[in-house]
Design a binder for this molecule. Structure first.
Ligand code: MSP
Length: 482
């Protein structure tokens, strides 16, 4: 039994979840569920980044100025969104928790004792949107290119982390471990960033109001990224190092450069893989609060259902690339693969089974013409390579093979042994499909199992002849056309 520890970024608590956040979290959920299905000792962590300056700014805009209370209220909202989206996380870490603060301080002391922390002066620009220091040369018309706001000028005495010291070691590690950063274009970006030269980074700021205080200087709190990255250890129980850290490409500098350098400095193992997927755009435009086009996932789930959204996001966008969201494309997927292909298959077969055999189906023989169309190895390979869109395409290719088989064999015209053999083969196929889609569309999988009268299967049950006898009962249709 292998271990599989997977993480998402911890999202800024002051935001509301968009389909962008949902995209990463659903993808992580699919992978976690897939590994559980395969019997791996799986641990899936997500959570919230609460110690940033944005939190304070957002809380102060409200009447209620108690920052902690504000984060508690917001955390409830995030958790309820994940519950609705069927996110099966094993733990939820908030950076205001004591268990987190303790780990941050312990970790910091290791870095400090290593001689990698020193006090210096920082003079420059800080973008609160990025929660990062920015250079004049990165601005467009004096504003941050991502957040379209003027960064603040900061002159501060800060504690610095000797990031520059790890330049060579990081490059060597990335070169020796070609699968450490994926996909390839992201790895190349990271390499060229490092090759341009790393400078030491400020990891604290003078603040007494909000944040975790440095154990060596109570007038300072940690820079939010130094603290936030450590959630992957504070929330990990005993699972560190992570097998996979998932995020979008906006935050690879932090995860692929600063984070590994911090880990090396403190003497921790590095994560096995970091995968950065692309950006979700809306009708071709970047999704952002300022453009007012950020889509709330709950608007979509109320209208179309949770599984439709989950399926769409992972099927429509090649995982790793940028992709566009549009309701038109979502509807096309619902009406096409989900309602027409999968929904119809289940409904047709169960209708015939009920009509002709009273729901009771068994056979000692399966029809090889259909069973040999399932390429399980290919599906597993795609998931292993994080080509989730291809995995789904391959599963649905088999769904269509089943539909074709029904059209060709016309079981409604058959009787006796022949009828039993075809219906049994098709019910076994549906059972296997239900297992294969369960990580992606778990609610639908449950509905199918219920109609088949069977329990949830595992990956090892994806072969024909496992369930010997069916007693099926047709239920509500799986997907309504929109
Ligand atoms: N708090 C930091 C992360 C700290 S992790 C130690 C942060 N938070 S965030 O709320 O801004 O989340 C950024 C992440 O949200 C992205 O990396 C991605 O996972 C997800 N996404 C948010 N909007 C997105 C899109 N429009 N498209 C794709 N992913 C998006 O950064």
């Amino acid at each position: 039994m292998a271990k599989f520890y997977i993480t998402t970024p911890i999202y800024y608590v002051n935001d509301v979840a968009t389909i962008g956040h949902a995209y990463t979290t659903i993808a992580a959920d699919v992978l976690a569920r897939w590994h559980r299905l395969g019997g791996d000792k799986t641990f899936f962590l997500t959570g919230l980044d609460e110690n940033s300056q944005k939190t304070v700014t957002a809380a102060k805009k409200l009447e209620n100025k108690d920052i902690k209370k504000y984060t508690d209220d917001m955390a409830e909202k995030w958790i309820s969104v994940w519950k609705i989206l069927a996110i099966s996380y094993d733990d939820f870490i908030r950076t205001t928790e004591t268990r987190h603060k303790n780990v941050v301080n312990e970790f910091f002391m290791k870095v400090y004792k290593k001689g990698d922390i020193y006090k210096g002066n920082y003079e420059g620009l800080y973008c609160e949107g990025c929660e990062d220091f920015v250079k004049e040369s990165e601005l467009i018309n004096g504003k941050c290119q991502y957040h379209n706001v003027e960064p603040k000028e900061v002159v501060e005495e800060n504690y610095f982390f000797r990031l520059s010291k790890y330049e060579k070691e990081l490059l060597d590690y990335i070169n020796k471990n070609p699968d450490f950063i994926l996909p390839e274009p992201r790895k190349n970006e990271v390499i060229s960033f490092i090759k341009n030269g790393l400078i030491d980074i400020s990891i604290s700021r003078p603040d007494k109001e909000w944040g975790i205080r440095l154990p060596i200087d109570k007038n300072h709190v940690y820079w939010t990224w130094f603290d936030a990255l450590l959630n992957y250890i504070s929330g990990a129980k005993k699972y560190w190092p992570a097998e996979l850290q998932l995020m979008a490409k906006d935050i690879i500098k932090f995860h692929c450069i600063i984070w590994p350098a911090m880990l090396i400095s403190a003497g921790y193992k590095l994560p096995k893989q970091i995968f950065a997927h692309g950006f979700l755009t809306v009708d071709g435009h970047k999704m952002s609060k300022s453009l007012g086009n950020a889509i709330n996932p709950l608007y979509l789930t109320e209208k179309y259902g949770v599984d439709a959204l989950r399926y769409f996001l992972l099927r429509e966008i090649p995982f790793g690339q940028d992709g566009d969201f549009s309701e038109k494309a979502l509807k096309a997927r619902i009406n096409g693969e989900l309602a027409n292909d999968l929904g119809n298959l289940v409904s047709r077969i169960l209708t015939i089974a009920e009509k002709k055999l009273n729901g009771k189906v068994s056979s000692k023989i399966v029809d090889k013409k259909l069973t040999e169309k399932l390429d399980l190895k290919k599906i597993e390979d795609y998931i292993e390579k994080y080509m989730l869109h291809n995995a789904l395409a391959e599963i649905f290719k088999f769904v269509n093979e089943c539909n074709k088989h029904v059209n060709d064999e016309k079981p409604w015209q058959l009787e006796g042994k022949e009828l039993e053999e075809h219906l049994y083969t098709l019910l076994e196929a549906i059972r296997i499909i239900s297992i294969l889609v369960s990580s992606f569309i778990p609610k639908t999988s449950n509905k199918i199992n219920k109609q088949l009268g069977i329990k949830e299967g595992k990956l090892k049950d994806c072969k024909f002849g496992v369930v010997k006898e069916y007693n099926v009962k047709k239920g509500e249709i799986l997907f309504k056309k929109v």
